[in-house]
Design a protein around this ligand. Sequence first.
Ligand SMILES: *Cc1c(COP(=O)(O)O)cnc(C)c1O
Length: 400
Amino acid sequence: MSNDILDVPEALTTLSPDTLAVRAGIERSRFGEHSEALYLTSSFVFENAAQAAARFGDKEEGNVYSRFTNPTVTTLQTRLAALEGGEDCIATSSGMAAILSLAVALLKAGDHIVASSGLFGSTVQLFANQLSKFAIDTTFVPASDTAAYRAAVRPNTKLFFVETPSNPLTEIVDIAAVAAIAHEAGAVLAVDNCFCSPALQRPLELGADVVVHSATKYLDGQGRVLGGAVVGPKSITGEVFRFLRNAGPTLSPFNAWVILKGLETLRLRLEAQSDTALKLARWLETQPEVERVYYPGLPSHPQHELAMRQQRRGGAVVSFEVKGGREAAWRVVDATRIVSITGNLGDTKTTITHPASTTHGRITPEARAAAGISEGLLRVAAGLEAVEDLQADLARGLQA
Ligand SMILES: *Cc1c(COP(=O)(O)O)cnc(C)c1O
């Protein structure tokens, strides 16, 4: 019991996201704790045999076993669903576990996926090498070519899966247009909203049916834990839940608690990180050693207008091509003293990656070229350091 307005379910759809980000989903225990409680327990006890039977038989709501019910995880699910504007959310152990769980929930042998190119590498591998073993085929289409999505539709197409902005070239998928094509085909559109998070982009409002997250990135935002989530209508999450209950790609309560604390500062972080990324992008455009800058917040981005319609800001990720190929790119990486050399992103600490030799290093040079990943390409994911320090850190290698 409490004075909490959030005890009224309608509050989840009427209060501002800023309020929901710090308050949605809290259920106080009998101790009246102020901060979200962390329930580290594998199982739950019952009052008596009848209650045990009712809980197991889904006749009574309540916790049973943390593979599929835990109050800390439930708080995160309620909060994330509210932030995305979705009916329901199922949290998972990682972003990939979310994508796998969604695929298993929606698809069966003989079904077909239309996916945007430039998806996260493991998503490409999962679709192309694992789901294919169960007779689920995927057609990859250029992320920003709306007509190509329609051309790829087959009678058995059940799922459209896109990521926007794409990684690392920040191509923008027109979510509303692709949603219309998916629905015409009787399929579901899933958006991996990892790069923007609900602080900058709400795909469900634009017509997408379901959103997946790697909570490992901006939702935690501080590089501490792995996590994932599927957000959408109960008609989809119900099936995801049944898979999770049976298969166990479950989020740990501890990780859920860490991500809950991350959500409280999500908008503040992403706005500050987007501001820094925009300043870096503008500065990089003026550098003679830089061939091209990829950032949706720049007017020079070919889809700038679309990006600014569907995203509140450009996001934290800036990519750029330096003149002089791999040698020049590695010089920039190796000259950094502040920026972290890592394949990861979504942290308060700025990171730099040379995609051609790391994240995209295992595909053939031809496939890399087709994907637009040149030897001079670098990806920076802006953190929360002072932009002057980051600029000086990158300038050292550029001007060497
Ligand atoms: C990291 C990432 C994933 C995978 O998430 P994990 O939590 O590492 O499993 C999926 N999609 C995108 C866009 C990512 O950046």
